[in-house]
Design a protein around this ligand. Structure first.
Ligand code: ATP
Ligand code: MG
Length: 139
């Protein structure tokens, strides 16, 4: 079993797509191990996306991510990191495969509906960023 950090980003929450995305998460076989709605501050968004500091889109991305509530989730499944990224689709919705969450719900490369960790080390950092160990114990 593996865990990954997923975010339903502020664009999707605002457009009331949370329920439809949660439905896909469960239908695709992920177990939701923890879930919370958060309103990130600009500083918290910058800390979360620290690896992108210096990129041209960093300022806009962190403003967007702190612009409204988001839903953070710990998802569990075999090969969860890769499978969740497959379900999200490519970063740019114009390049995302048919049926993926970003193809279906994203409106731009920035406002792309969902986030997923990209490796075991980033998943560990990102899960710890939002959830205390006690919230993630085996159920
Ligand atoms: P995420 O980390 O959110 O799951 P990702 O791993 O597919 O997405 P990254 O390269 O990590 O993509 O970029 C993080 C986020 O920054 C993207 O999801 C998107 O919201 C935004 N982003 C990435 N590239 C661009 C860009 N060229 N222009 C604007 N925003 C971008
Ligand atoms: Mg990424």
């Amino acid at each position: 079993m593996e865990r990954t950090l997923a975010i339903i980003k502020p664009d999707a929450v605002e457009r009331r797509l949370t329920g439809r995305i949660l439905e896909r998460i469960e239908a695709e076989g992920f177990q939701i191990r923890a879930m919370r709605m958060v309103r990130l501050t600009k500083k918290e968004a910058e800390g979360f996306y620290a690896v992108h500091r210096g990129r041209p889109f960093f300022e806009s991305l962190t403003s967007f991510m702190s612009s409204g509530p988001a839903v953070v989730l710990a998802l569990e499944a075999p090969d969860a990191i890769r499978r969740w990224r497959d379900l999200m689709g490519a970063t740019n919705p114009a390049q995302a495969a048919e049926g993926t969450l970003r193809r279906t719900f994203a409106t731009s490369i920035e406002r792309n509906a969902t986030h997923g960790s990209d490796a075991p080390e980033t998943a560990a950092f990102e899960l710890a960023y939002f959830f205390r160990g006690v919230e993630l114990v085996e159920m």
